[in-house]
Design a protein. Structure first.
Length: 198
């Protein structure tokens, strides 16, 4: 139990690291919070600073989800039948840290990349299929948020198909819902036809 509490706290603190802001500062670019969509995610960094910035931001955000989950898989064996539940809790903490970062006044990103990082460790085949869904949706719509929303809708289905764990499926459902909530303004713009295209 002690390891679970420590890992959950660590996951939240890692999730709180603002990858997009750090990348923007390292590349001497504008503050993403005040430019473009105002978001710290890879899509906004792509608009502001190009592909390299977007890739670095995505890798940082995905790593925040993947690393704590990897640690949890290796350190929570003592939980026995509750191990998967504990690992899922750690993954959720990382994503919540990204959405509500301690270091930025609890105003963070939209959880797509960090969720992907966690799911890539827990259900690699599900993550691989979600990448295909995202690419297909992006090529058809040319709208980053639309691709993210479509992928989020498919997240629980993908995890359910490629992982036998009920705990991971529940996590996928929760994270899917969080992504949809974080994109509520994008949804409104999509319905109005005002969401920017690539």
């Amino acid at each position: 139990m002690k390891n679970l509490l420590l890992l959950t706290l660590l996951a939240y603190l890692l999730g709180s690291i603002p990858s997009g802001l750090l990348v923007a500062r390292a590349m001497k670019g504008p503050d993403p919070r005040n430019q473009g969509s105002g978001n710290l995610g890879a899509a906004n960094l792509y608009r502001l600073l190009g592909l390299k910035a977007a890739i670095l931001t995505f890798m940082g955000d995905a790593g925040k989800g993947a690393l704590p989950v990897l640690l949890a898989l290796n350190w929570l064996g003592a939980l026995d039948v509750w191990q998967e539940t504990g690992v899922a809790a750690v993954g959720a903490a990382a994503v919540l840290g990204h959405i509500f970062p301690l270091y930025l006044g609890f105003r963070g990103g939209k959880a797509v990349a960090t969720t992907f990082g966690a799911i890539a460790v827990l259900a690699p085949l599900a993550a691989a299929n979600l990448v295909l869904v995202y690419i297909l949706a992006l090529t058809q719509t040319r709208i980053f948020s639309a691709a993210a929303l479509i992928s989020a809708w498919f997240l629980p289905l993908a995890v359910g198909l490629f992982s036998p764990s009920k705990a991971y499926l529940f996590l996928a459902g929760v994270l899917s819902g969080l992504i949809l909530i974080c994109h509520r303004e994008n949804l409104a713009r999509l319905f109005k036809g005002e969401e920017p295209r690539i």
